[in-house]
Design a protein around this ligand. Structure first.
Ligand code: PGA
Length: 255
């Protein structure tokens, strides 16, 4: 039985790969996945590699995403990039509110909310990240934290709520090799869908895709993606190798 929602697997390359290395990785991914249509495949390189990677995946089913953007359209914001600049490079997606941005660059839910609105207004699909720390999980605050992040990051979207993708990424599982068990992840995903239902109604909540992120790899992707409310993955470390990224995408086929 296949899921109601199409699986989406996105590679978050973070601050890795020179342009040349990004091109090599993209060629490998293209060879393995260029024709794949059963799963939505997205690659999110650094800003500096967007153009080169975008050129390689033109006319394939692989789509381009960025890892961050500013909420203003243009102006005196040294070092920043706007949604229209990303569209200029044929980006379709943008990752927003990643826990690394929240932790190291002080992004709050209010900032993420401004970015989400700007992304949608600029015709980009935002992948909005939420997740709890180990301390928060151990003190039983996971659901309260997630509810707060979802409600604030996605506040005031109205009809546009259905345009977002959410990535649930427990911070303790990111880059640590520790993965949430399929049951732990499913539990939070179902909880997120319940919040979305309160915010936008049943149809919207059923349509929104919720990715899992945090040490997803070919060996655990199958079990995670089999969960009823897990609709994809946001992949860090395992996305830096074409074979392991393809392994995860292939696990998503037929789900
Ligand atoms: P990871 O990263 O797969 O290396 O844990 C996921 C992410 O941070 O998006």
């Amino acid at each position: 039985m296949s899921k109601k929602r199409k699986i989406i697997i996105a590679g978050n390359w973070k601050m890795n790969k020179s342009i040349h290395e990004a091109e090599e990785l993209t060629k490998g991914i293209k060879q393995l996945l260029g024709e794949t249509s059963e799963v939505d495949v997205v690659v999110c390189p650094t800003f500096t590699a967007l153009k080169s990677v975008g050129d390689i995946i033109t006319n394939t089913n692989i789509k381009l995403g960025a890892q961050n953007m500013h909420w203003e359209a243009e102006g005196a914001y040294t070092g920043e990039i706007s949604s229209s600049m990303l569209r200029d490079l044929y980006c379709h997606y943008v990752i927003l509110g990643h826990s690394e941005r929240r932790t190291y660059f002080g992004e709050t839910d209010e900032v993420v909310n401004k970015k989400v609105k700007a992304a949608i207004a600029g015709n980009l699909i935002p992948i909005v990240c939420v997740g709890e720390s180990l301390e928060q999980r151990e003190s039983d605050q996971t659901k309260a934290i997630i509810k707060d992040q979802i409600e604030k990051s996605l506040a005031g979207l109205g009809e546009d709520l259905k345009k977002v993708i959410i990535a649930y990424e427990p911070i303790w599982a990111i880059g640590t090799g520790l993965t949430a068990s399929p049951e732990q992840a499913q539990d939070v995903h179902a909880y997120i869908r319940g919040i979305l239902e309160e915010m936008g109604g049943t149809d919207v909540a059923q349509a929104i895709r919720i990715q899992y992120g945090g040490s997803m790899k070919p060996t655990n992707a199958d079990e995670l993606l089999s969960q009823p409310d897990i609709d994809g993955g946001l992949i860090g470390g395992a996305a830096l190798d074409a074979n392991s990224f393809a392994g995860i995408v292939n696990a998503g086929i037929e789900k």
